[in-house]
Design a protein around this ligand. Structure first.
Ligand code: DOR
Length: 432
């Protein structure tokens, strides 16, 4: 059964082709008409007055925790959080228990995701068990639709293994090898960025070099193999510089940055609040500046959440004992609009490119991120850019509460989200 015809009325469409004022008619999940002043007789109307209508957001980096840690999140709760955040597709990370390293586990995640309120695709592990030793059956996983391969949470330390993964990926159309760039030996024992604040607080640090040495090595391997490399959660000025230089000489590299690395610094750890603990760690204000500049000049392709739910039982511990990671899906858009677009660091179009169509292209999600035009599947997000709200951890749809942004005042919020024409969020409320 198809959802009833509807008209998204009164908004301004912003997509990769530009901006224009128009209504959007959706029938049977597809955009069938885009024009000003559409006749809505007989159709359901979604009011978009004062709003921007954009291709649904796409998250390259979501931890859904299923299978294995359903107390922290499930595919369903995470997908609901995603829809509320304006996402119509998320790439589920493979650091589950068991890891997403074979066709059976990946198949079960995809099957569960098929009924979720946003499209769920799986990233699969590069190596069996994410142990960094033996390659996972990448070809078989690719046959299931996997395009992103990563041991995220762990860095593939062995250069030979990384090289083989990259070489193999070249035979798999659309495949990309994504690295969690933190050298385990350099980062070992550290819980925050190594610098002035870690010294002051007496918390052992993880140096910036832990990231840059891995990025430098992997860029060499990408050059050697001709494979596509994606740098996950880029966090350092030096990392930005390396990626920028590699792009200039034609290395096939893309990079993402998280909202938290764009907005917070290591000074936040002075509270000893484990909500601010994350890998890679929050860094200095000059790193934040470099990340913002890298986003603005296109060195960094995408904003990805690294939504990493942890149940209160595991996260609410002393800083050094708490697991790293923070929620992201429901706050990413508001943070980007409030902290980057409103002050003029990034145009709205560039922000949306980084949140929607560029990540869609990286993950090979052809149905997502495309222009809002006739014949396209109606994966849409309607954003009210002037809606002021305050982040309330207890009101999030995620099963976890570990946001570092509780109490933060933001401007800009999702009003409606449409998944293949189905209004899964209406007036900020999840419909299922
Ligand atoms: O802080 C993090 N948490 N970084 C990662 O890469 C993994 C993630 C998690 O799974 O909790």
């Amino acid at each position: 059964m198809h959802p009833p015809a509807l008209v998204v009325r009164g908004g301004e469409i912003v997509d990769a082709t530009g901006a224009r004022r128009a209504d959007v008619r959706v029938v049977d999940g597809e955009v069938v008409e885009v024009a000003a002043g559409l006749d809505a007789a007989g159709a359901r109307v979604l009011d978009a007055g004062g709003c921007v209508v954009v291709p649904g957001l796409v998250d390259l980096h979501t931890h859904l925790r299923e299978p294995g840690d359903e107390l922290a999140e499930t595919i369903e709760s995470g997908a609901r959080a995603a829809a509320l955040g304006g996402y119509t597709a998320v790439v589920a990370m493979p650091n589950t228990e068991p890891a997403l390293d074979d066709a059976t586990v990946v198949g079960s995640v995809l099957a569960r995701g098929a009924h979720a309120p946003c499209d769920v695709v799986a990233a699969a592990a590069i190596t069996k068990g994410r142990r960094g030793e033996e390659l996972a059956p990448m070809g078989e996983l690719h046959d299931l639709g996997v395009r992103v391969f990563t041991d995220d949470g762990f860095c593939v330390a062995d250069a030979g293994v990384m090289r083989r993964a990259m070489e193999y990926s070249r035979a798999l159309p659309g495949a990309v090898v994504a690295q969690h760039a933190e050298d385990a030996a350099l980062a070992r024992g550290g819980h925050m960025h190594e610098g002035e604040w870690s010294s002051r607080l007496g918390i052992p640090g993880r140096p910036e070099a832990a990231e840059s040495v891995v990025i430098a090595r992997d860029l060499e391997l990408a050059k050697l193999t001709g494979a596509r490399l994606h740098v996950l959660h880029l966090s350092s000025a030096e990392g930005v510089r390396l990626v920028r230089e590699a792009k200039e000489v034609g290395v096939r590299v893309t990079a993402e940055v998280t909202p938290h690395h764009l907005v917070l610094t290591d000074a936040a750890c002075a509270s000893y609040d484990p909500a601010f603990k994350v890998h890679p760690p929050l860094r200095t204000s000059s790193d934040v500046e470099a990340l913002r500049a890298g986003l603005a000049d296109g060195t960094i392709d995408a904003i990805a959440t690294d939504h990493a739910p942890h149940s209160p039982e595991t996260k609410d511990r002393p800083f050094e004992e708490a697991p790293p990671g923070m929620l992201g899906l429901e706050t990413a858009l508001g943070l980007v609009l409030t902290e980057l677009v409103e002050p003029g660091h990034l145009t709205l179009a560039d922000a949306l490119a980084a949140l929607s169509w560029r990540p869609a292209a990286i993950a090979g999600l052809d149905d997502h991120g495309g222009p809002v035009g006739v014949g396209a599947l109606a994966h849409l997000c309607v954003i009210d850019p002037s809606a002021a709200w305050e982040v309330d951890a207890s009101a999030l749809a995620s099963r976890s509460r570990n946001t570092p942004f509780h109490g933060r005042k933001l401007t800009g919020r999702v009003r409606h989200t449409l998944l293949a024409g189905e209004p899964v969020v209406v007036d900020g409320e999840a419909q299922r």
